[in-house]
Design a protein around this ligand. Structure first.
Ligand SMILES: [Fe+2]
Length: 304
């Protein structure tokens, strides 16, 4: 394996091309038979939205968790899936996870780890930065040029936000879609941050990931985990709502529950789903990859 971390000229050019795409792509191009167009038309929540879809986020190269999630999605007969980013970073199977998201999702949003792998890591700790460079090398070492180029092109064109009807899809927060964290503790320690985000939110609901902790922010501001909701695991979005909903993390949950997390949305009814998966296998792969810190594996066992 090549050990140098400096991007090749070809890769560098690809990244430069992608920079233009990321900077300009404020809405997204839907694939296949997805909704007609992303728009901010102000239509009511339920109008023309009579199908279920799933939202996944923060896969972090954990193919065991992602496979389990897609098996559950398929078993429910859900055909449309959207991804809120951080497809890569931390885990041992970046190629496989990018391929699955490319092939199965209507669209995907750019997460800070996707951005870091394509450009440069920013504000990462040492372990995350090492994982980022290793991930980049894995993608660059793909022997099939067409597949390698397809993955880089996909990562380089990920938009930072998407809108459909009254829903905003971002990785981090409505005002800073790639990098801002919205923590449950912000309700008490930094309510102004949450209020600023609600002021920027022009839609009924925003779906986010990034913190790897599922739950619902309402504009009091207040946060409820799925277990704290009136109907545990379920949130019904009202048309006069203003909510920011974190769907949790597929591949690296941090709410002390190691099960994979994702969400199903059906006409405004949001179900927070948790799934057992072969976490030991995912951990084993990380522990056997010298470039990935052991902590990245151990934390999966505890969901932290
Ligand atoms: Fe993440």
């Amino acid at each position: 394996m090549r050990s140098q971390l400096i991007p090749s000229p070809v890769l560098h050019q690809a990244r430069l091309a992608g920079l233009i795409c990321v900077a300009t792509a404020l809405t997204i191009a839907y694939r296949n038979s997805a909704p007609d167009a992303a728009s901010a038309s102000g239509q009511s929540w339920s109008r023309d939205y009579s199908y279920m879809f799933a939202i996944i986020s923060d896969i972090h190269s954990n193919i065991e968790a992602l496979t389990a999630v897609f098996e559950d999605i398929d078993a429910r007969g859900i055909e449309k899936v959207v991804c809120l980013g951080d497809i890569v970073g931390y885990g041992a199977n970046p190629r496989e996870c990018v391929d699955l998201v490319m092939d199965r999702c209507e669209f995907a949003i750019c997460g800070n780890h996707d951005h870091a792998v394509f450009y440069e890591p920013y504000n990462f700790n040492v372990g995350a930065e090492r994982a980022c460079y290793w991930t980049r090398q894995m993608l660059e070492d793909e022997p099939k040029k067409a597949q390698r180029d397809r993955r880089w092109e996909f990562l380089g064109k990920l938009p930072v936000r998407a809108v459909y009807e009254d829903m905003l899809f971002v990785h981090g927060s409505p005002r800073r879609p790639v990098n801002e964290y919205l923590f449950a503790d912000d309700v008490y320690s930094n309510p102004h941050k949450l209020m600023a985000n609600f002021e920027r939110l022009q839609y009924v609901a925003s779906f986010v990931g990034h913190t790897h902790v599922p739950g619902v922010f309402v504009d009091d501001p207040y946060f409820e985990s799925p277990d704290e909701l009136a109907e545990p695991g379920i949130y019904e979005i009202a048309e006069d709502d203003k909510v920011i909903i974190n769907v949790g993390s597929v591949g690296q949950p941090r709410d002390r529950d190691p099960r994979a997390a994702y969400a199903v949305v059906d006409e405004g009814r949001v179900e927070f789903v948790r799934l057992e998966y072969d976490v030991d296998k995912a951990v084993h792969k990380i522990l056997n990859t010298p470039e990935l810190d052991d902590f990245l594996g151990h934390r999966l066992l505890e969901g932290r």
